[in-house]
Design a protein around this ligand. Structure first.
Ligand code: HEM
Ligand code: HEM
Length: 180
């Protein structure tokens, strides 16, 4: 498509993309920071991790809803078939992870019988699974591994965006940025 204004995501999609991207990276750093504290510090830091994680879940469900009801701007014609496929697969896996990962975290803490306090504003109840600490531990192990997969995906995604913009010189970053 030659008209760049038509080949751009809508403002709502762009705002959600960047809000979620920043929140995911901040939440990963928060979880890492909790590793190096005393137990009390860890609890306080993880409370923020859980609240931000549930916020990411809500934003991602909203975003997926938007995505399923709107067409994304078509990818540049000049991209190779495998590049288009890789971009699409990456995006689909992103949605799976952005929703699956926080649900996994929520399920994990639910197995410990804990609700999630959302920044002191309201409480999201534990999922009705009953207390089972072994299951909680197993689910949180998976949550940890899932987060590592998400980080690899983010690295791949950033490399793709940079390659398309600066090496292939096709619109990529501009598609996810507001028009000047
Ligand atoms: C946690 C980090 C991030 C997540 C979870 C994420 C997720 C996504 C998803 C799911 C899409 C697909 C949109 C759709 O069609 O439904 C997308 C598109 C895009 N993202 Fe990200 N993103 C992240 C970070 C970044 C960063 C850091 C950059 C820039 C270097 C970036 C640049 C883009 C661009 C340019 C597109 C549009 C791709 C296209 O041409 O269709 N993203 N992102
Ligand atoms: C997209 C959102 C999320 C991301 C990216 C994320 C990422 C991570 C990462 C990277 C870790 C591992 C930290 C480490 O040990 O090095 C972690 C641990 C943890 N996350 Fe999340 N998380 C998210 C959402 C949630 C949610 C919604 C909850 C609960 C409501 C949660 C609960 C936990 C807990 C309890 C741990 C500690 C597990 C342990 O003790 O080993 N997370 N998370």
């Amino acid at each position: 498509m030659s008209d760049a204004t038509q080949a751009r995501y809508s403002l709502g999609a762009i705002i959600l993309h960047w809000a979620i991207a920043i929140a995911v990276i901040v939440n990963w750093r928060i979880a890492e920071a909790a590793e190096h504290g005393t137990d009390a510090e860890k609890m306080a830091i993880m409370a923020n991790h859980k609240a931000l994680g549930i916020t990411i879940l809500a934003l991602s469900v909203l975003r997926l809803g938007w995505r399923l009801t709107h067409k994304a701007p078509p990818l540049a014609q000049s991209l190779a078939g495998w590049e288009k496929l890789l971009a699409r697969v990456t995006h689909v896996v992103f949605y799976v992870m952005l929703i699956g990962l926080p649900i996994g975290g929520w399920l994990g803490v639910s197995y410990y019988g804990n609700a999630v306090d959302i920044f002191g504003l309201f409480t999201v109840p534990a999922l009705p699974v009953g207390v089972d600490k072994d299951a909680g531990e197993a689910v949180l192990d998976l949550h940890h591994e899932g987060a590592e997969i998400l980080l690899l995906l983010i690295a791949l995604h950033i490399l793709g965006a940079l390659k398309h913009s600066f090496y292939d010189k096709v619109p990529s970053l501009s598609r996810m940025w507001v028009s000047r």
